[in-house]
Design a binder for this molecule. Sequence first.
Ligand code: DC
Length: 212
Amino acid sequence: MKIAIDGPAASGKSTLGMALAKLFDLRFVETGKMYRAVALAFDLGIDLPDIEIEVTRDERFLLNGQDVTSQLHTSDLDQKSSQVATRADVRSRLVELQRHIAEKHDVVMEGRDIGTVVLPSADVKIFLKANARERALRRMKQRGSGNLEEIERELLVRDRRDSERAVAPLKPATDATIIETDRKSLKEVISEASILVRDRLGHVAGAVEDRD
Ligand code: DC
């Protein structure tokens, strides 16, 4: 089972991904953290060929062997990760790593190009949408501080860069199910997505029975 979740920044991909991973016993991979780790590595003066990123079973991110998980979610790296993500050489390194993980494990993988580029034949593809104000509110709550207008402005800058870049821009795959999350509770979103996954599992089980 491979589940792809894409969508703009702070649209709830991680919360949904974690919930689905738990419900269906899958490995959860936040690919945004890999772009963040690359941006951090560049800040530390490490060049791309010398960057090694590993993701552990319990979702720790190791940069050249060092656990950098707690350093990845700063607003500085929000923008820098989005900038490094426009580079084709960075993307091809990370896409290779992401596919490698998905070959070895059943996964819920979230990002911007999972359904379109990384796992084009994923079993379930979900694209989350939410308006910018709602996303800014969620991000502010998550961080516990900040100015709402400023957070919203930064999200919009990032959305534009992520959507307009030449390589693997943020967009729904043609066969993705779009879930609008505005005015929906987390429980409702999880329930909508779980139905898609169960449906798919039903198809797979049905196909096996037919074959038997
Ligand atoms: O999901 P996130 O906010 O942690 O991602 C940080 C940045 O990484 C995001 O602005 C764009 C980039 N990214 C990407 O281009 N492709 C992905 N699959 C995941 C993230």
